[in-house]
Design a binder for this molecule. Sequence first.
Ligand code: GTR
Length: 438
Amino acid sequence: MRPRAPFLAVALVAAMTTIPPRSAAAQPGPDGFNYDESKVGTYTLPELLVGPDGAAVTTPEGWRTAARPRWLALLEAEAYGRILEPVPVTAEAVERGTGPDGMRRVQARLRLGHGPDAPTTEVLLYLPAADAVPTDHRLPTFLHLNFGGNHAETADPAVRLPRGWVPNGKDTGVTDNTAREASRGTLARRWPVARLVGRGYATATASYADLFPDRADGRPASVLPGMGYAATDAEARPDEPGAIATWAWQLSRILDWLVTLPEIDPRRVIVVGHSRLGKTALWAGAGDERFAMVVSNESGCGGAALERRDFGETVKRITTAFPHWFCPRYAGWADRAAEMPFDQHVLLAMTAPRPLYVASAAEDLWADPRGEFLAAVAAEPAWRLFGRAGLGTDAFPAPDTPVGHSIGYHVRSGAHDIVEWDWERFADFADRALAPRP
Ligand code: GTR
C-alpha cells in the first residue's frame, strides 16, 4: 500500500492556497495585548483647558496664549522632541507636464537649507487641467507623505523614483531598500488622485524616507546630525527630535514651497497621514498652524488613540519596536500611561480651532478605533472655546457613518489602510469646513 503522507501534504498545500487570508478582526494585532473592551478599565484624562499655572482657561485668548503653548511645550519635551526650525527652501529640477486624464503634474526637488550638501525631498503635485478651473482660482490642496516613493503612489510613467533609502515592502516588492521601476503604481489605491483633482483639489506627496530612513538605527543617516542634533542615539538628549518630528518638518518645508505657487491657496492646505504618518500629520499640524486642516488616518498609539485606555498597541511596545519615532524621554512612559501629564486628546486639540478629521478602521484594533474616537470627544472643549461644535456626539458611530462638525470622525469597515472611501470623506469634510466664506 502506498504511504498516504504525500497525498495529505498535497491536499494541505491546496487547502492553504485557497483559504482566504485571515481578516484583521480575527487577528487584531500581536499577541499579549488587550483587545477586550471589558478589560479596558477606568481612567481619568488630564484636564485640557488649563494654563501653565494650572488655572482654568475659558477664552480663545487663554487657549492661544496659555493652554496651547503649555501643551505644545509638554508634547515636545515628553513625546515628539523639539520642533525643528525652518530653513530656506529652493526648488530644483522642476518638471511640469501632463499626467493622467489631462491633469497638470509638477515635480520638484526641494533643497532644504543652503549649499550643495543640504538635504532634498522630491515632491509630486497634481493639479486640475488648466481649463478645468477659472483663471486666478487658488486650489485647496491635500498634502501627505507616502511610504513607498512617489512612483509607487501612481502609475504615471513620468514620476521620478526616489534616489535614497526606501522601506522594503510586500506591496512594492522592494527587498533591498532601493526603489525600483516595478513598484510603479503598486500603492495607487492609497492615493485616488483623479478623484481628488476631479473634486477641485490639488494634491501633493513625497516619500517619508527622504529625510529620516524609517529604521531603529536611522538617526545617523537622517538629516538631524547635519542640523546640529545628535549624530547617534547615545548622544541624543531626552527631548531630541526623532523621526516623527523630522517627517513633520519635511511637511512644513513642502508647505513653504506650495504656498509660493500661484495655483495653490496658501490658506487651504490640508495635511493628511496614514498610520505612523497619521501621527506625523497630527504633529505637523500642531507645530505649524499654516496647515488649514489636519487628517489623521488610523494613527493609533502615539497618534489619535488615548494611551490611558489599555487597548491594542501600548507606549511600551511602540517605543521598543520603533525607538526612533519619538524623543528618548517618551520611552519613560512605558507602563506608566496613567501618570503621563498629557494624553492624546491634547495632541488632537493642538489643531483647534482649525478643522480636524480623525479616521479609524473597524478591524484595525491595534490602533484602537474607540480610543481614537474618545480622544476626539475629549479634545472637543478646545473647539467649544471658539464657539465651534467639534464632534457634536459622544456616541461611537456605526461603521461607514461619518459624524461631526469642526471635528469629523469615521470608522470605515475593513482593515488598516487608507483607501478611496477614506479620501472621499476627507474631501466631503474639507468641502464644508474650508469653503471660502463670504
Ligand atoms: C505598526 C505600528 C503602528 C502603526 C503602523 C504603521 O507596526 O505599531 O503604530 O504606525 O505600524 O505605520 O503602519
